[in-house]
Design a binder for this molecule. Structure first.
Ligand code: ATP
Ligand code: MG
Length: 429
């Protein structure tokens, strides 16, 4: 017997029961970002592999072991995007969107691909909403990004379940000095480091700070601290950010070990974390990347952004019981018709109602069926009213209008008066 066809591990179908919640979340974020003056950009899902190597960094987890890379038919090495910042910067450069100091506030949404171990909240195809801002270097815009996510948590009713963690990585110069001090300290104690950390000592020593090994963490207690190496400019920037968060009433925790997985961050880094999702606790993460555009071949251009994982948002809203009841019902009216002449009348009546009541959600029974079976379908559809057209109704040019969700009586409504009648019915809560 042939093996049954299956989706790829870690790549999920989002089934019809789940899409209303997805659309609600995506719609909430989109209108929020509209309201702050951000504009959407859409990039391809596939890019040249080189783009990610150059922007994310060769010695990161993503580039070392998580990318879906393949050869195009002409031999080019292509990669399914593991994140959105690289492609967004590429697009900004390619189209000159940030030329001559022009400010850009952009956002995007879509699938990302990483070959990770699938588990709750961690998948191989997952979805992100990302925001990137170019040519603004002050703490005011860093604060705005955090303020707007805080507003989103409020809108979604999950504010109490998330914590903001903050750190400053300093300028790349400050980080280089710190890196030297850290490497010097750790190299003298290399025999006590876990294997991953020992490897990172030469490739990406800052990542050792968020090592999961207790021995390594113990070793780090007396290690040089990044905060002591911050340059004045970064310190002033960080203070400016904190002052703004204080004014906005947004609580935060300074986490000196927060370094983020990607090479390109500088100054501000932040994560919104939750204890509701087990090990996959980061819902939204971001930071400043003032050197990235230049590193990718552009003129020096400050940048800052974040990305949030939609799957983790979905899990959070579900876990906390914050799925709004009204997003589940998808149909207002269900039209039942009995016999060919009634079906024909139902079709034109339904189209007329769609003209007269824009936005009405109306389903016409398809596949005929007995009185009983059509009512069953009407009920299952979740519709508030069934509209009934049989021989008698046809003869009298009326429709039977039957409430499905309460005890009301079925009423006979003339075709000409139907739209007005339904408008009043559907308005009532
Ligand atoms: P993590 O530490 O959980 O691996 P990350 O630092 O790799 O996250 P980013 O690259 O900053 O994550 O991506 C931003 C957000 O995208 C994360 O905070 C998370 O919500 C989401 N995300 C990242 N990887 C995955 C994944 N494999 N599956 C689902 N969501 C993910
Ligand atoms: Mg990761």
């Amino acid at each position: 017997m042939s093996k049954s066809l299956q989706a790829i591990r870690g790549m999920n179908d989002i089934l019809p029961e789940q899409t209303p919640l997805w659309r609600y979340l995506e719609g909430s974020v989109a209108s929020l970002l509209d309201g702050y003056g951000y504009r959407q950009i859409r990039m391809p899902i596939v890019e040249f592999t080189e783009l990610f190597k150059r922007s994310i960094g060769e010695v990161t987890d993503i580039v070392e072991k998580e990318m879906y890379t393949f050869a195009d038919r002409n031999g080019d090495s292509l990669t399914l995007r593991p994140e959105g910042t690289a492609a967004c910067v590429r697009a900004v450069l390619e189209h000159g969107l940030a030329g001559a100091g022009q400010t850009q506030k952009l956002w995007y949404i879509g699938p990302m691909f990483r070959h990770e171990r699938p588990q709750k909240g961690r998948y191989r195809q997952f979805h992100q909403i990302g925001v990137e801002v170019f040519n603004l270097d002050g703490p005011d815009i860093d604060a705005e990004l955090i303020v707007l996510t805080w507003r989103l948590w409020g809108l979604l009713g999950i504010r109490d379940a998330v914590t903001l963690e903050l750190n400053s990585l300093g300028t790349s110069e400050a980080r280089a000095t710190y890196r030297e001090a850290l490497v010097e300290y750790l190299a003298a104690r290399a025999d006590q480091l876990d294997e991953d950390s020992r490897r990172r000592l030469s490739s990406n020593p800052l990542r050792i700070l968020d090592s999961k090994s207790p021995e390594t963490q113990a070793l780090l207690i007396d290690a040089p601290k990044l905060a002591d190496y911050l340059d004045d400019e970064s310190r002033v920037h960080f203070e400016g950010l904190k002052a703004r968060l204080d004014v906005a009433g947004i609580p935060y925790v300074i986490n000196p070990k927060l370094v983020r997985g990607l090479d390109y961050y500088s100054k501000t880094v932040f994560e919104w974390v939750t204890d509701q999702l087990g090990a996959q606790g980061t819902v939204c993460a971001g930071g400043r990347y003032d050197g990235l555009v230049e590193q990718m071949g552009g003129k020096p251009t400050p940048g800052v952004g974040f990305a949030m994982g939609i799957e983790r948002l979905v899990l959070m809203v579900e876990t906390l019981g914050k799925v709004p009841a009204e997003i589940a019902r998808q149909i207002d009216l269900y039209v039942c018709a009995f016999g060919e002449p009634a079906e024909l009348a139902a079709l034109s009546l339904a189209e007329r109602l769609r003209d007269q009541l824009p936005g009405v959600r109306l389903q016409v029974n398809a596949g005929a069926g007995s009185f009983k079976s059509q009512f069953k379908k009407a009920d299952k559809s979740g519709a508030l009213y069934a509209l009934i057209l049989g021989e008698d109704e046809l003869a009298q040019q009326v429709v039977g209008c039957k409430p499905l969700r309460d005890q009301g009586e079925q009423q006979s409504i003339a075709w000409d008066a139907l739209a007005e009648h339904l408008a009043t019915c559907l308005e009532q809560p």
